[in-house]
Write a protein of this length. Structure first.
Length: 296
């Protein structure tokens, strides 16, 4: 048992080093003239629920670039910048705390956090959380650059070992496809889960897994910053809206939607997306609990 814990800690350290090196390259190529570190600008007229006033904390799920990653000891990324920028419309200061995705979701229901950025919009999640859309994306796969290409069909995944983040909404999609594989007499898909995308990427680099799956925004960013190490390959699937998840019914979702829409109207939202080269994933308006079955 102790050995298993030690191995997981070792993998986490290696994953952090990998993600940090990717993040450093990303930050060196971004514009130093951007004002992302200045005080947020906004009307200060969007009301937040009273229990959050003066104590707005959001989880930074680092290890998942370009949504959130580490530069030295500081969290950077789309989710981080958007969370901080919401302080303008709200007239509040937003602080970030590094955490895992699973703990982030638990923290929402405890109201330790006002919301968790980067949650895929799904029907199952909308039963438990309110979700506010802020990006549109889809999933694909990433392998080592010298690996065989994965075909464009989901059947091409049969027999592969796929690494991904624990609690990711693509897990049931892969399990359903695995059942189809075995029904058709093909090898099952082996799903390997990790604490963050850095660890999942490391599993591919170390050949523990054949591929990792995540949103194309995430995979494209990693591929670009890692040089010739990886390539994006395989079918496109699981088109999703990316959201901020909030506690069901506590009023935070509407404050998030109103705040994000103010940032859209002011141009600050577009500025954040351009900072990471993902402006093509922008939504026209943030919505509370959008229909997860409508392809964005």
């Amino acid at each position: 048992m102790m050995r298993a814990v030690s191995m997981r800690r070792g993998a986490a350290v290696l994953a952090t080093l990998l993600v940090t090196s990717v993040a450093a390259a990303a930050c060196s190529s971004s514009s130093s003239s951007d004002d992302k570190d200045k005080a947020p600008v906004g009307s200060g007229k969007v009301a937040v629920p009273s229990q959050f006033k003066g104590k707005l904390v959001a989880p930074a799920v680092v290890g998942y670039p370009p949504y959130a990653f580490l530069e030295g000891k500081d969290a950077q990324g789309i989710s981080v910048d958007l969370a901080k920028a919401l302080g303008g419309p709200w007239g509040e200061t937003v602080t970030l705390k590094n955490d895992s995705f699973e703990n982030a979701l638990l923290g929402i229901n405890r109201e330790t956090y006002f919301g968790a950025f980067g949650a895929d919009v799904t029907a199952e999640r909308e039963k438990v959380f309110d979700q506010v859309s802020f990006l549109k994306d889809y999933h694909s796969f990433m392998t080592l650059a010298d690996a065989d290409d994965i075909g464009d069909s989901m059947d091409s995944l049969c027999g592969l070992k796929i690494a991904l983040v624990a609690a990711d909404s693509s897990i049931p999609v892969l399990k359903e496809q695995s059942a189809t594989c075995t029904k058709d007499g093909k090898d099952a898909i082996t799903v390997l889960t990790f604490a963050d995308q850095g660890a999942a990427t490391l599993a591919v680099q170390s050949k523990q897994a054949d591929a990792t799956t995540a949103t194309v925004t995430n995979l494209g960013f990693i591929q670009k910053k890692a040089g010739n190490t990886f390539k994006v390959s395989g079918p496109h699937y699981h088109y999703v809206l990316i959201s901020v998840a909030a506690k069901k019914g506590n009023g935070m979702a509407q404050a998030l939607a109103d705040g994000i829409n103010e940032l859209i109207d002011s141009g600050e939202y577009t500025k954040i997306l351009k900072r990471y080269g993902v402006e093509s994933t922008a939504v026209e308006r943030a919505e509370v609990n959008p229909d997860p079955n409508v392809e964005p």
